[in-house]
Design a protein around this ligand. Sequence first.
Ligand code: WT7
Length: 654
Amino acid sequence: MTSAAQAETKVYPPSAETVARAHVDAEKYARMYEESVSDPEAFWGEHGKRIDWIKPYTKVKDVNYDFGSVSINWYADGTLNVSANCLDRHLKTRGDQTAIIWEPDDPNDEAQHITYAELHRRTCRMANILESMGVRKGDRVVIYLPMIPEAAYAMLACARIGAIHSIVFAGFSPDALAARINGCDAKVIITADEAPRGGRKTPLKSNADAALLHCKDTVKCLVVKRTGGQTTWIDGRDFDYNEMALEADDYCAPAEMNAEDPLFILYTSGSTGQPKGVVHTTGGYLVYASMTHEITFDYHDGDIYWCTADVGWVTGHSYIVYGPLANGATTLMFEGVPTYPDASRFWQVCEKHKVNQFYTAPTAIRALMGQGNEFVEKCDLSSLRILGTVGEPINPEAWTWYHEVVGKGKCPIVDTWWQTETGGHMMTPLPGAHATKPGSAMKPFFGVQPVVLDPQSGVEINGNGVEGVLCIKDSWPGQMRTVWGDHERFEKTYFSDYKGYYFTGDGCRRDEDGDYWITGRVDDVINVSGHRMGTAEVESALVAHPAVAEAAVVGYPHDIKGQGIYCYVTLMNDREPSEELRKELRQWVRTEIGPIASPDVIQWAPGLPKTRSGKIMRRILRKIAENDFGSLGDTSTLADPSVVEDLIENRANK
Ligand code: WT7
């Protein structure tokens, strides 16, 4: 960052009131951070006690980052149950307290308030249903549900009996769903008839039916009634949740799990190949999710906390369900979208339920900002104390709008940088400890040691005012342990480029004050509306179409989505470009992956810029998509430089 730009960065110190209330102030942060990195064993040994153990651990950390023998273990000889931590241990003190506030898609439908006692009963019934369907410890269960309380029951029920859940976002297509069911060899899939969202309905059960055609015929399907919409039924395969729940017992004993037993698998996109199954385990994950939830959001007993994410993403796992419930919090679960029935919905929900901590994504903030302030200003947002953002870099304009218009200048913004792989927050300002800067994730959480490396040499760049690739030295309890069924891929993806470190895939800058700014991915992953997308996945969907000979996909700046999907497509010799074909390809990708992968731009490319050895030069394609023709760099190594001129000349009009 130039010093001129730096001078423009406004710094927002926390108010005296925020500091006074906070679990962690500046002095405490400094002391705890120092302890956490100088003696991780002692630090995490102590903080591991924040959750209940059946058999206490005697070992805290056992980690090896050496490529070829990477292994990550925390609290390895301890035993516990996650659902008992999220439910049973609260029953005495807060059985009648609301655990989940459920706000449905349609504001005219009634919200539900589910107490801890009720959540416990519902979870136990679901657990008993799963057991009656043959699910046992270690078995995989795929969850493909709308944002309804049953999604939380299902997660906790799996955790209760030691089954490993793998949630598939309800926006994914049948093909993507089938790949995930097969990828983890699931025994059961839990779905619903339909998912209402923004006034429209996604036919989840018929998507599941379509997916199951490509799966083993032993996979069973448990169906939750949401809308009552019609579904086809296969006796023996399909099970009626609502009917079974009437009969099921109210109690199911929690299974004793080892700290390193898998809790869940969550598929996420990488720079190459198909999505990988990120594996999180039981003990370290829960310690980390609960501690970050409490400290980052400065959560206090009695607060109403709302994270707008979907449980189909890791944010929903750690910060709608596991973190908040482990802390005995009241967590709001929202089925709808920010703009339905209109752009006031988020703020109406905040007013209605008196939300204290509100956590959302930059893409939503940008979309709502574009609708005008009156949608915010007509609501009473005086309950709000902390605002959070996650998923992608937030531009200073959106940050400032969030701070001023939504937070009335009094709510600290926690810009939380983390990943599916990290399980919980890695860098974020803490409300009472740090001043904030629009667009900066500021400081590492306890135990996290970020380093900035030179991308070529892999050498650590010390000091401030530096930029490079972001790696993490050493482990933290919430770290992923492996890729499901492919430990080699785990090591290769995260531990091979920069030996001895965890490689994040992000670039970053450490400014003159030592504060961190995430600059975006340095690999072929793009971030579309906070959803992570591998360009390779979209490419392989495109080339699966019979008209397509070759495709290259890159990200380009998009006002609302952060990044849009830009596709260069070379057609088969016998095919001609046409608007119909463009539409067909767009629809094709939606069917193959899901609406979130919908191409924003498809440019016909008679040829793609390649090196003489046949490697596509994405750097050039990115520049063209960005409309930045002045800095294409060296094109002399191209096999045929004229293709670049053609692409520039015909650059699609966005
Ligand atoms: C990637 C991880 C973590 C839950 C949601 C996304 C980007 C995430 C931020 C942030 C800048 C961010 C990174 C990261 N990212 N949060 N606060 N500032 N970038 O999880 O799908 O695993 O994506 O999202 O590029 O690597 P994910």
